[in-house]
Design a protein around this ligand. Structure first.
Ligand code: SAH
Length: 254
């Protein structure tokens, strides 16, 4: 049986890229490994002749680049996001090697899920808020005292590892039965917005700033990989909690 073409299920997301040359080099890097989907979140300059020059003819990638204002938009439709980072950040995500990341991503794709690889800005890397939208962090095991690769070279390493995983003998040929796929990034974002609003409405924070607890809760729910049906149950619970808080508020004013 011929192997499924899983390549279209993968996208490479570059967040707030400063140098257009890196965008072109990244396009070339993924194209050499059989991938074509490149999504850009608020690039400083794009389109740009430098990007076109360094893409070196990866026209199909460049022609279909997606431009987005925020990361959530760029992740729409994906259910598994892996954030590439040279350093551990405040967000305590599971850390994978490129090889482990490649294997897990391939397993998700074999179930028909879409997978995103997320890369940060050249100088500042990925912010905590951006990593919090990922399910795991991938670190390329560079040396500690000079750990940061050029952005497009990090893209090349990951695209290569993924291709190696796809060329491997253990490439799944048919998707295994999967009960219900996890909800995609946009639905998760609506869920986090509702969660935040509900916590406000029931006065959970009591004057404390919600940033840390929201990052913790994100981590918890990202790990749970909930289906849309499970999300609907939680939305229902939150709505009831909000309704009760409103009733209690009204009674308090009587
Ligand atoms: N000073 C930044 C480096 C950014 S390099 C930082 O410390 O995060 C630009 C991007 O390339 C990073 O955001 C990351 O996505 C990727 N990258 C560079 N080196 C990497 C490494 N060793 N492991 C994983 N990703 C890396």
């Amino acid at each position: 049986m011929p192997a499924l073409d899983l390549a279209p299920l993968f996208r490479f997301v570059l967040v707030r890229t400063s140098h257009p040359g890196n965008i072109g080099s990244a396009a070339r890097a993924i194209r050499t490994m059989g991938f074509t989907r490149l999504e850009l979140v608020s690039p400083h300059r794009f389109p740009d002749p430098e990007a076109t020059a360094l893409a070196a003819g990866a026209d199909d990638v460049m022609g279909s680049v997606g431009l987005h204002e925020g990361l959530v938009d760029a992740l729409a439709g994906s259910t598994f996001a892996l954030g590439l980072s040279a350093r551990r950040r405040g967000v305590n995500l599971p850390e994978l090697s490129p090889r482990e990341g490649g294997a897990q991503a391939l397993a998700a794709a074999a179930r028909g899920e879409q997978v995103a690889w997320v890369f940060g800005n050249e100088r500042t890397g990925l912010e905590n808020e951006e990593l919090a939208r990922c399910h795991a962090m991938v670190r390329i095991p560079s040396v500690e005292d000079f750990s940061s690769l050029n952005l497009s070279q990090a893209v090349q390493v990951m695209a290569y590892e993924l291709r190696m995983a796809m060329l491997g003998d253990d490439l799944p040929e048919a998707p295994p039965l999967h009960e219900e796929p996890p909800a995609d990034a946009e639905k998760m974002e609506r869920f986090y917005e509702h969660l935040a609003q509900m916590l406000d409405d029931i006065d959970f924070h009591k004057g404390r700033t919600p940033t840390t607890i929201m990052l913790r809760l994100r981590k918890l729910f990202q790990r749970a990989q909930m289906s849309e049906r499970e999300l609907r149950v939680l939305h229902g619970i939150f709505a009831d909690a909000q309704r009760m808080a409103m009733l209690a508020g009204e009674r308090g004013r009587d």
